[in-house]
Ligand binder design. Structure first.
Ligand code: ZN
Length: 338
């Protein structure tokens, strides 16, 4: 350990001790001072969902489904689910949603027909009330012949769910929450590029969910001049280098990028080039493989985020990204993009 590091670690320990003393004795010694409570501190490092956060009018939950996507949008005026992860995830997702007191999904979006996005969708449709399901516009010859896809169609029919094929520029509304289809802007012969690209707007806060859209679709959206500047981006295709091109990232210019991928997945997602490109635009990264379920709360003006899943302490300590994450929790506050 060099001198600098030694100094930093001693300084760190002393700082934590002083901080603990202030937190414990502070309110007694200085009753009028506005000191942080232990709950504030735990919340800052993501251990608990605070009451204030859970009461936020909008929360977007990037549920950890391993290598796949499932994004639950919970708002005061209704709820939506984007993708279901691969087969076997329905119990977790349904439990996750219902444990938050939600028993109806006003919208379900299926970004595209790959198993890691719709493998559990049939079971979800059968397990909860669904208002309508929004599907991608996939040419007949490209429709999959998989069991998951067959089951999805059967479940839609059985549960008599209203089915909508999404067109670019369609807007789905939950009062002041808007979910707009900004892509794909063309017909592509690659299933990933046919992914629905959804822009979510709630007051001053915005998200872009890109499914597995790759460079071709990203470039199409760029040339369509659609407004894709948002606060939070769900990186396309699990952080693969086929997606999140430099130009696209620049146009989106998010403060936070969420990457949904499985731990030690065989594709090597997220790819290093993508992490580098994200770093270049100065955005923070949160990954489901490291942090489990990631939730971003908002009042429509600012953002707050919390990590729900417990990661083993040993892994935390060994993980460089965790240290970056903790630093991020302590020192970063989100402000809406201007
Ligand atoms: Zn995928």
């Amino acid at each position: 350990m060099n001198k600098n590091k030694k100094f930093l670690s001693v300084f760190g320990i002393v700082a934590v001790l002083i901080f603990s003393i202030i937190l414990t004795l502070g309110p007694k010694l200085m009753p009028d001072a506005d000191l942080p409570t232990w709950q504030d501190v735990f919340r800052a490092v993501g251990f608990f969902e605070s009451d204030k956060a859970t009461q936020a009018p909008l929360s977007v939950h990037f549920i950890d489904v391993g290598q796949g996507d499932s994004i639950f949008i919970m708002s005061e005026h209704g709820n939506a689910l984007v993708d279901s992860g691969d087969r076997g995830n329905a119990p977790k997702i349904l439990d996750y949603i219902k444990s938050r007191g939600v028993y109806k999904l006003d919208y379900i979006f299926v970004t595209h027909y790959h198993a890691d996005h719709m493998g559990s969708m049939a079971e979800i449709i059968e397990g909860i009330e669904v208002g309508q399901i929004v599907l991608p516009d996939v040419p007949k010859k490209m429709l999959p012949t998989t069991r998951s896809f067959e089951n999805l169609l059967l479940a839609i029919k059985k549960e008599n769910v209203k089915r909508v094929i999404a067109k670019t520029d369609d807007v789905f509304r939950l009062e002041d929450l808007f979910i707009k289809v900004v892509g794909p802007v063309e017909k592509y012969d690659n299933m990933n590029d046919l992914s629905l690209v959804l822009r979510i707007d709630y007051k001053e806060i915005s998200y872009l969910l890109t499914g597995d859209a790759e460079a071709q679709s990203e470039n199409g959206i760029l040339s369509s001049k659609a407004d894709i500047k948002v606060n939070i981006l769900k990186a396309g295709h699990h952080g693969s280098n086929t997606s999140s091109g430099a130009e696209f990232l620049k146009a989106v210019s998010p403060e936070l990028v969420i990457i949904t991928c499985g731990r030690d997945n065989s594709y090597g997602h997220p790819h290093r080039e993508v992490l580098r490109r994200i770093d270049k635009i100065g955005a923070k990264v949160l990954r489901t493989d490291y942090f489990g379920d990631i939730v971003v709360y908002s009042d429509g003006k600012s953002l707050d985020y919390i990590r729900l899943c417990k990661v083993k302490m040993k892994e935390w300590a060994q993980n460089q990204a965790t240290i970056r994450y903790l630093r991020f929790c302590f020192f970063t506050r989100f402000k809406p993009a201007t």
